[in-house]
Design a protein. Structure first.
Length: 367
């Protein structure tokens, strides 16, 4: 499993506390924390990790922020990885949010999910980026998005002054760049891109395909994206107008192949499968947290179940891990990845007092 857990900190002006670094989990019970980042040193250590007599999981040792990729990639590829952090935008402790992420290969033979959490300074403003990328036909597209999508967005010349346009253009251009780079390689590879951008008092959520973003508002589940499925009437019409078709092959599929109607990559299905995001806006007042997850979670958990499950879990990383564990217990057969972002009420009160009170939701593509 390639390293997926980088947290990019690109400005010393943000006050950032990385509360839990990336952590592998024991394969025997991947949801119990391993006792160390180092491999077990002997039979006694191995037996201690496996022993059913342990009433409580071993405690994690103190971690240095941002563990190296080499350390992460050296761990068991079947392990669950999770971590998180707390950040204060533009150096103000009133602008606090916390985030946690968790990712698990699950029952699939290979891992095609990637995720990204990044804090950057763009034109003097601190911006937080969060993303889940669910690959298909291999991991190449998802890995490319992890490494390039937020970088491209943050360097768009109009990112701050016209964020909506910047996101749409960046999605399209990143897709074009990927297809050009791949040329004749992996023509059937693609990925979702379910992302959220926190910029001042705005939350911009970009969802690609059937990955999904769901918010909790006063305990109620509020979908912030609509899955891009071929049987959606508007999507079917768009595909047919472009000269494509959908047929039933176990589920509705574009060209009889792809079960989502929008995605990055999938060169053989262009121009029917597009990477253009849909955009929505919502009032941010009263939003407690958001969940960004691949369909390995949503295939077995409803929006309402997911929100209820972690409503009282104040630690974002623990919430993400709990969602992964529940999805696996309910029989998810896919890779499972999610990011949870919790908003401090004093932060949103601060933003609302300044008249910044909207969420912009961008629903993009996946497969």
């Amino acid at each position: 499993m390639k390293s997926q857990n980088s947290i990019q900190i690109e400005s010393q002006h943000a006050i950032i506390v990385d509360v839990v670094g990336p952590t592998g989990r024991n394969l025997t019970d991947p949801f119990v924390a391993a006792s160390s980042f180092s491999p077990p040193r002997g039979d006694a250590d191995v037996e201690a990790l496996r022993s059913p007599a342990l009433a409580d999981p071993p405690q994690l040792p103190p971690l240095q922020p941002h563990q190296s990729d080499a350390m992460i990639s050296s761990r068991d590829p079947h392990a669950l990885f999770s971590g998180g952090g707390i950040s204060f935008l533009t150096g103000s402790r009133a602008a606090k949010f916390s985030y946690g992420y968790s990712s698990f290969k699950g029952k699939r033979p290979s891992m095609e999910d990637f995720y990204e959490t990044r804090i950057s300074e763009v034109d003097g403003q601190m911006v937080a980026f969060f993303g889940v990328f669910d690959g298909h036909g291999g991991s190449r597209t998802a890995e490319y998005l992890k490494n390039n999508l937020f970088k491209n967005l943050s360097t768009h010349p109009d990112f701050i002054k016209d964020t909506k346009t910047a996101i749409v253009e960046t999605f399209k251009q990143t897709d074009a760049d990927y297809l050009n780079e791949e040329k004749g390689q992996q023509k059937d590879a693609g990925s979702t891109a379910s992302t959220a951008v926190l910029l001042g008092g705005r939350l911009l959520v970009a969802n690609v395909g059937d990955s999904r973003v769901v918010a909790s508002r006063a305990g109620l589940a509020v979908p912030l994206s609509i899955d891009h499925k071929p049987d959606r009437s508007d999507e079917r019409l768009r595909i047919e107008d472009a000269g494509g078709f959908i047929i039933w092959a176990g589920t509705w599929r574009v060209g009889g192949v792809l079960a989502v109607s929008r995605a990055f990559g999938d060169k053989l299905l262009k121009p029917y499968v597009v990477a253009e995001p849909e955009i929505q806006e919502e009032e941010i007042d009263g939003v407690d947290f958001i969940i960004i997850a691949s369909d390995g979670l949503w295939n077995v958990l409803s929006n309402e179940d997911a929100v209820a499950l972690v409503q009282q879990v104040t630690d974002a990383e623990a919430a993400a891990r709990k969602l992964i564990k529940e999805a696996y217990a309910r029989g998810s057969s896919d890779n499972i990845t999610c990011v949870v972002v919790r908003f401090d009420s004093s932060y949103w009160g601060h933003c609302l007092a300044k008249g910044r009170n909207r969420i912009m939701i961008i629903n993009g593509c996946k497969l």
